[in-house]
Ligand binder design. Structure first.
Ligand code: HEM
Length: 352
């Protein structure tokens, strides 16, 4: 079942990214899915993958209901069927159940934050199923990612515990971000500035307290992951500050693009690439040994995002399009880097 869900997630990734490119006029492939670009990537791809990871952590067969329902929601979107929204609500709700079971086993700030993230995802999915505009609920989706990722980092940092006041402050800010994004999904536009302030604070928190600050000094995979985490936290800080300054963006256009993808690409995709050597063995049973080829994907990703945001700021559609193409290409470059890293390390082992 896990393999089937992963194959569905890969198909969703392809159509979701092509749909994003269709929205900047690069391709007409997947044009009909352009309106679903956000839901496909957030719920159908990353919601599914994160749920598989949580199911692996809980090690209970029922926990796979969450990724199965989210993948089914993506299938409904791709097939143009009705009910995708409610399938997503059911999948996100199942993820709440999984995270609640994890909290029952272990009460810790990071398990509570993951539960909070799943609740916010469910609120966003419900708002989507009820027909509210994606622009209003996209912050809830952003928050789901940010809370989940910060919590995962906190869990990894168990060996280098953070001061108690810092953990408490983190939970308080995460609660503010969660409440602000649910308010936005309910149409309270004034919540955008507190949301931004909270996101920027979480970014600064990671830059200051994340284990990555120490592991960045170690060679190989630890440094690769750590630099990726710190770069992602940098984008979160800057984009959060931009939300705090501007408030809610108009529901389309350059500012919308920048305020969304500073987090979705700069934080989420960067973190996925940084953690691939941990996620892929757990989720897909694919080992990722260290090789310098791994750096290529993140480099193209971050450079592409800078170009994209320069295009957004200058109102230059061509520059924005070039950066968007680089963001999409970074995913292919990253996959090629992982394949190369695996092949080269296998060859080295055989030669040794
Ligand atoms: C990798 C390349 C990507 C490209 C080329 C791309 C492109 C776009 C474009 C052009 C828009 C419309 C912005 C506007 O109105 O001007 C958009 C919206 C959006 N994107 Fe992306 N995107 C990408 C990645 C992502 C990722 C990784 C996520 C989430 C994890 C994401 C989530 C969203 C969401 C939620 C929206 C709002 C959708 C709506 O209002 O209907 N995007 N994207």
């Amino acid at each position: 079942m896990r393999r089937g869900i992963l194959l569905a997630a890969a198909a969703t990734a392809l159509v979701g990214v092509l749909a994003g490119l269709a929205r900047v006029g690069v391709t007409t492939a997947a044009l009909s899915h352009a309106p679903s670009h956000g839901p496909l990537l957030v719920l159908g791809l990353f919601g599914t993958v994160i749920s598989i990871e949580r199911a692996v952590a809980l090690a209970h067969p029922l926990a796979y209901a969450a990724p199965a329902l989210l993948a089914a929601s993506a299938g409904a979107m791709l097939g143009g069927l009705r009910g995708a929204g409610w399938l997503a609500v059911a999948g996100a709700g199942a993820l709440v159940g999984v995270n609640a079971a994890v909290v029952r086993r272990q009460r810790a700030p990071f398990t509570w934050m993951m539960l909070g993230g799943a609740l916010v995802l469910t609120a966003g999915a419900a708002a989507w199923a009820l027909g509210r505009p994606v622009a209003e609920l996209a912050p809830a989706w952003m928050t789901f990612f940010v809370l989940t990722i910060v919590a995962e980092r906190l869990e990894l940092s168990r060996l280098a515990p953070t001061p108690r006041w810092a953990s408490r402050a983190l939970v308080a800010v995460a609660s503010l971000v969660g409440a602000a994004s649910v308010a936005l999904a309910g149409g309270v536009g004034g919540a955008a500035r507190p949301l931004g302030l909270g996101l920027a604070t979480l970014g600064v928190w990671q830059l200051r307290f994340d284990l990555a600050r120490r592991t960045a000094r170690l060679p190989g995979l630890p440094r690769y992951s750590a630099i990726g985490v710190l770069a992602g936290a940098g984008w979160l800080t800057v984009t959060g500050a931009a939300w705090a300054y501007w408030g809610a963006p108009p529901p389309a256009g350059p500012r919308y693009d920048a305020l969304l993808h500073g987090v979705f690409v700069g934080y989420v995709l960067a973190m996925v690439m940084a953690h691939a050597p941990i996620i892929l063995p757990a989720v897909a049973r694919v080992e990722v040994p260290y090789h310098p080829a791994l750096w290529a994907g993140p480099l193209v990703l971050h450079a592409g995002l800078v170009v994209r945001l320069v295009g957004d700021a200058a109102g230059d559609v061509t520059v924005r399009r070039a950066g968007s193409i680089a963001n999409a290409a970074a995913l292919l470059v990253f996959v090629a880097g992982v394949v190369a890293a695996r092949a080269l390390s296998r060859a080295r082992r055989r030669g040794a």
